[in-house]
Ligand binder design. Structure first.
Ligand code: FES
Length: 488
């Protein structure tokens, strides 16, 4: 009997995005029984994947990681204890299967013996006896009927699968990640606060499976909560495949307003007139936000607080790191402090927010089209990283207009995405006139995506650009409810 795998695990195994297998299931090209895929069928459809090519899986993973641009790229094995527990579970399963196989073998040999005894006189049962002999000889001669089996077993040792109820979302947890970390990296919108066991906001109920605590937790669950199976997602990793029950944010209305004092980790030059402001939240207070949202930065100066709103360019999957792309042309007191050199590494910055609905609808699988101008690329980058993490969109495409000398300051990043994801395309456009450029961007988009009514469209940039692009998209058939805009 062939092994069954969840879609998440099967996709990981053969190195394709989960969405590719989901689309094959919907199209009837791949059979899924209760969400589980048969390993033999997977092998038939992806014959080039074999244990000898396990390195290919790692290469694909490495390309995706690189394209994602994560700073935290730990791909560590789980701790010795977790590995030992998983190996123990595998050995137990192996022993049980060996016992069953031996029993079946004994049974078949006995059936063969009885067939021989019954069919001795007229030879009428001889074809059946020969069939059993043939099949037995073939089975004994086969080393493994499914080459992927070895890789699948290995995957079960180095990772655990987490299923979330009631949403049904699934993700894999690797190394010593907490369930919270792994869920956020997979684009899930879990509730959390400190991510260090102090606030209790990541409380969730364990339905099945085994957890292991990986960090001390100050927050105390009540006796009743413990009896009901509640646990802290930030303080535990999964030893076996687990099912948990927790609510996920459905939109900006579910994200609370926060005030967090962060420090400037670094200020980088993306282009002569564009800076990368890299903030870091304290270890015990991580900002909860949705990809594409904005925050207001407050910086204390001798003349009072300087405040200015900015769109975030990183995604919530990026742990404590908050990135903002600041163009010299984005007028405001914080921009001035940044370009004057008064805001520097280690400065304290108050982050208030998040705000805005420039976000992807939860679970929308519609093609996502992005139209950005200059630093409008920042919030779009946040959204694209979220879509990569969640593997939510079937297709996503970026049209980026540059109006000045700073150009497409992260074009390499966009090309890396294009190389790593078959379903992503990048078009670079240049025009000094933001209005005319917006028209050209939408024209290019329309020629590649005819049916805009079934797409989600996102437009970010200066007011003139956003206004023109919005009008052109609506005129071309985009639906207002599926169109999000952000003026910088
Ligand atoms: S206890 Fe605060 S996020 Fe887990």
């Amino acid at each position: 009997m062939s092994r069954k795998l969840s879609v998440a695990r099967a996709a990981y195994l053969i190195g394709v995005p989960r969405g590719v297998l989901q689309r094959m299931v919907h199209a009837g090209e791949l059979h899924a029984d209760d969400g589980l895929i048969d390993l033999e069928e997977l092998q038939r459809l992806f014959p080039s994947v074999s244990p000898e090519e396990a390195g290919a899986l790692e290469r694909v993973q490495a390309i995706r990681e690189e394209a994602f641009g994560k700073r935290v790229r730990e791909r560590l094995l789980p701790s010795q204890e977790v590995l030992a527990q998983r190996l123990f579970a595998q050995s137990r399963e192996l022993t049980e299967m060996r016992g069953m196989t031996q029993s079946y073998h004994r049974l078949v040999v006995e059936v063969r013996r009885r067939v021989e005894a019954l069919g001795g006189e007229d030879g009428s049962l001889r074809p059946l006896a020969e069939f059993i002999d043939r099949e037995l000889a073939q089975l004994l001669g086969e080393e493994s009927s499914v080459p992927l089996e070895t890789m699948a077993a290995m995957l079960e040792v180095i990772s655990a699968q987490v299923t979330v109820r009631p949403s049904g979302h699934q993700f894999l947890l690797e190394g010593n990640e907490s369930i919270l970390q792994a869920g956020l990296k997979s684009g899930l919108r879990f509730s959390y606060g400190c991510s260090s066991g102090n606030c209790g906001l990541c409380k969730a109920r364990l339905i099945s499976g085994e957890l292991r605590q990986i960090q001390q937790a100050e927050y105390r669950l009540s006796e009743l909560e413990r009896q009901q199976g509640y646990t802290l997602l930030c303080a535990h990793t999964a030893v076996s495949d687990v099912v948990i029950e927790t609510l996920e944010a459905s939109g900006p209305q579910d994200i609370p307003q926060q005030d967090i004092v962060c420090s400037v980790r670094a200020i980088g030059e993306l282009a002569p007139g564009t800076r990368l402001l890299h903030l870091q939240t304290p270890r015990s207070n991580r900002l909860r936000f949705l990809a594409g949202q904005s925050v207001t930065l407050g910086v204390a100066t001798p003349h009072g607080d300087a405040q200015q709103a900015f769109a975030l360019a990183s995604c919530p999957c990026d742990e404590r790191n908050l990135h903002i792309h600041v163009g010299r042309r984005q007028d405001g007191p914080v921009t001035a402090l940044l370009f004057d050199g008064q805001l520097k590494a280690n400065s304290a910055v108050n982050v208030r927010g998040p705000t805005g609905d420039f976000v992807v609808d939860a679970d929308s699988a519609r093609p996502a089209l992005f139209v950005a101008c200059d630093t409008g690329f920042g919030p779009v980058k946040s959204l694209i990283e979220h879509l990569i993490a969640s593997e939510q969109a079937e297709v996503f495409a970026l049209y980026w207009l540059a109006t000045g000398a700073d150009g497409h300051y992260l074009a390499n990043q966009c090309r890396a995405w294009e190389a790593a994801f078959d379903n992503f395309s990048f078009t670079a456009l240049s025009d000094e006139d933001a209005g005319a450029g917006a028209g050209r961007a939408v024209d290019a988009l329309r020629s590649a995506h005819a049916d805009l009514a079934r797409c989600d469209c996102f437009v970010a940039g200066p007011a003139q650009f956003v206004e023109t692009a919005r009008g052109a998209l609506i005129a071309a058939g985009a639906t207002a409810a599926q169109l999000r805009t952000l003026v910088l």
